[in-house]
Design a protein around this ligand. Structure first.
Ligand code: B12
Ligand code: SF4
Ligand code: SF4
Length: 348
């Protein structure tokens, strides 16, 4: 068997060069005590809304040995999805960047599977299990531990190299690899994401109430036939699938590397969607246009619900009706008239 440091070097090389990931790091596979307690509290407070799958056996999310008893290391990977494209100024039904091209759930797991085979070649008998998004791993907590980046106050992971425009994956392995140092938090006194969130979903730094997040409302909330409440529809700022506002305002995303990657480049028509067409899109058309795209997750009922809500909000705005702020302020408190000047973190 190769010496440990050579195995670690080869794992890094293979992950970046052969599997095409942009970042890789190692963390010791141990119970996530603090993050587990925070997850339990989040669930207890109902902040997961109708994402019942988040509440199913939550301890599996923070104890990797319940997934792979022989686990020694968590290999964490990140893939940059920031392409040079930008949505047009007049984009009326906006789609979040991660969903412009191919579904990453179809791309990343295959690459992690290749990595698992390489580990088995390097050290026969190695056991591995890999997960991307839908698996019971707290990917952001592991990314921070493995030194890939820190969790921004909007709760997503920010890397120094690609900002927060990265998708994460994890591979649990019985191989013992030297752990990397955890990333340092570099938000400083900045609060831009919190100030910019139109629905006040970021209730405090690092705390997100998914029920108020446009991403949840447009993708996850069930039943999908249930209409989006008027006061929420009026706050959606044109986002039809997911939402990138808190990432777009983040100063760290000014330094990101843009890569012309066809996997994440916009598929035809995705930047020109309109509320009018979404409101009446039929299920067959959703299959035709969005098979292989993350947008398919919303399904026909989800997209029609969002399109209808956007049209209602437009209609209300056109009639110059006073916005229904009373309800929003009841649970979030009024916003300050002028946002505090954020400290722009030093990218060095
Ligand atoms: C559920 C989920 C959602 C939910 C809830 C989001 C959330 N913050 O939890 C919804 C549907 C809203 C959502 C939205 C999005 N998601 Co999502 N989502 C997930 C999923 C499946 C689980 C996340 C989770 O465990 N949540 C549980 C709660 C408790 O975690 P948390 O809010 O992060 O809270 C933690 C910290 O904030 C911290 N904490 C809490 N309080 C405090 C206090 C202090 C002082 C400190 C230091 C820390 C701290 O502890 C908590 C536990 O770790 C992960 C994939 C995975 N398996 O991990 C993807 C994932 C997080 N999502 C992802 C993406 C891309 C998004 C969107 C950007 C998509 C979009 N453009 O619309 C948005 C971002 C919205 C946002 N601001 O977070 C990526 C993020 C990549 C990255 N760079 O970090 C992931 C990792 C998927 C992937 N494989 O790449 N998502
Ligand atoms: S994704 Fe949009 S709605 Fe959700 S926390 Fe960020 S800014 Fe707020
Ligand atoms: S906008 Fe500011 S506070 Fe929010 S994640 Fe970025 S650096 Fe951190």
């Amino acid at each position: 068997m190769l010496p440990l440091h050579q195995i670690a070097d080869e794992v890094r090389r293979f992950t970046l060069e052969e599997c095409g990931f942009d970042r890789v790091g190692f963390a010791r596979a141990e119970r996530l005590v603090e993050d587990g307690a925070r997850l339990e509290e989040w669930l207890h407070n109902g902040r997961h809304g109708t994402m019942a799958w988040m509440a199913r056996e939550p301890e599996r999310r923070y104890d990797p040995h319940l997934l792979l008893p022989s686990a020694r290391t968590v290999i964490v990977v990140a893939k940059n999805y920031r392409t040079p494209f930008d949505p047009g100024e007049d984009s009326r039904a906006k789609v979040s960047r991660y969903a412009w091209g191919r579904d990453y759930h179809n791309i990343l797991p295959k690459r992690l599977k290749r990595l698992a085979h390489r580990l088995e070649e390097l050290v026969p008998g190695t056991e591995s299990r890999w997960y991307v998004d839908s698996g019971p791993m707290m990917e952001k907590a592991w990314a921070e531990r493995a030194g890939l980046g820190w969790r921004g106050k909007h709760t997503t992971v920010i890397t120094r190299t690609h900002g927060s425009w990265v998708l994460l994956g994890t591979l649990l392995t019985s191989l013992e690899l030297p752990p990397d140092s955890p990333a340092t938090e570099l938000c400083g006194t900045c609060t831009r994401c919190i100030d910019a969130c139109p629905t006040d979903a970021i209730t405090a730094p690092w705390q997100l109430d998914a029920r108020r997040c446009i991403s949840y409302i447009t993708i996850e909330h069930r039943p999908k036939e249930e209409a989006i409440p008027e006061e929420v529809a009026e706050q959606m700022e044109g986002w039809a699938f997911g939402c990138d506002i808190c990432q777009e305002v983040c100063p760290w995303n000014r330094f990101e590397q843009k890569v012309d990657n066809p996997d994440f480049s916009p598929r035809p028509g995705v930047l020109e969607l309109t509320p009018e067409e979404l409101a009446v899109i039929d299920d067959a058309e959703v299959e035709r246009r969005f098979t292989g795209s993350p947008i398919r997750r919303a399904g026909g009922p989800g997209l029609r619900r969002t399109g209808a809500a956007m049209l209602r909000a437009q209609g209300a705005a056109a009639k110059n009706e006073p916005p229904n702020n009373a309800q929003a302020e009841a649970h979030s408190g009024p916003r300050p008239a002028t946002a505090p000047q954020p400290e722009i973190p030093d990218p060095q």
